[in-house]
Design a protein around this ligand. Sequence first.
Ligand SMILES: Nc1ncnc2c1ncn2[C@@H]1O[C@H](COP(=O)(O)OP(=O)(O)O)[C@@H](O)[C@H]1O
Ligand SMILES: [Mg+2]
Length: 410
Amino acid sequence: MCDGCARCAPPPPPLCGGAWRGLSRVGLSRAQLGDGEGVGLTPKEYRIDFEFRDLGLVLKGSGKRVLQGVNGKIRNSRVLAVMGPSGAGKSTFISTIADKAPYGKRVGKLFINGAERSLSEFGAMVGFVPQEDIMLRSQTVEETLNHCAATRLPPSWSDAKKHAFVDSTLGMLGLRDIRHSIIGDETKRGISGGQRKRVNIGMELVADPTVLFLDEPTSGLDASSSMEVCAALRRIAMLGITVITVVHQPRSEIFNSFHDVLLLGRGGKTVYFGPTDGALPYFTNLGLRCPPMTNPPDFMMDVISGDFPAAFVAACPDNANPTFLFTRWAAHERTLALPPLAASASAQPVPQHELASFWRLTYLSLKRALLQHSRSKVALALDQALVRISSPTSVWCWCWLLVVGVGCWW
Ligand SMILES: Nc1ncnc2c1ncn2[C@@H]1O[C@H](COP(=O)(O)OP(=O)(O)O)[C@@H](O)[C@H]1O
Ligand SMILES: [Mg+2]
């Protein structure tokens, strides 16, 4: 037992009973989330926890290890930030856990809720927010979320229940004021970049996930928009959802808003994995002091990339390389004496989520395509011109003009 790392810390308090009081502390009321009676976003009953040993990924073609020896736990109701230099294996880590890395072979053990199984068994309970959003620019924020809710929520839910779910998602993400604004693009101004990132998260959240993966949801955003996205992630975790996000060089306030952090170095090796507030003290214990007036996450990223403080290089030149960080973390892990993983005899069965039928999905997609088409004025004008030109009356007019033209010329 160590002094309070993520593995040994007691599990987060359950979100029942005083759950709504907790949610109101982060700025959410029942009205924003729904009525708490199964309408709108409500605290999760079934939750997902992960535990892994020596987790890694080997690329199928080259046999290269792009993630290796990662040990730890990821708990529900918490936000885990995955950080590291570019190419360290952050996206690989979330893809490996989410079972979305068909180009590689997963090695090591991954336990989900006490059983060795793949996250693909959990189907619709898994939300994955990609780095690049895919949304129709001519749709409004609410239409975008309504379409996702209609296609991904269980078909047995009534339309009213789905709308209430979308409404509370808009509230959760702070998007209610812009629900009728179009997404927009370079030609037609719509919502801001930060709002678009939150809509992108909303597209997954309206599918009612139990675990949410995000790949760099704050990249390209200014500090205040990034802060809004991260505050939304914390609120999402308060529902009992397990949130795992890749973040790129966050500001100190943003960094501190995550519960846990996994710092990866090149080759996908662990430099630190534990509570966020333990990361800087861990570096200090290694003799790596963050200079005053320096953003601690920037300092840690510099060190992981091989840019060690001058005082450290002068004092221990042999240790001023990333290998030192990997070996020290491995030694630290040995002191934690991780218990061996064993499948729990009472591993809960995975609840199944019903999906919309093929015909319903086709109908909803066609409906959306028609709506989008009708909004494209250029397309509509061209269509109308084509229809008029090719109509029987127009064909006779064209023939008549041709005959008159040829006659005049003759
Ligand atoms: N499908 C793939 N094929 C070949 N190499 C890959 C593939 N996916 C990731 N890699 C390699 O794995 C390493 C980690 O990639 P990635 O996880 O995307 O890094 P990060 O997200 O930290 O920037 C990189 O060297 C990258 O080139
Ligand atoms: Mg990446």
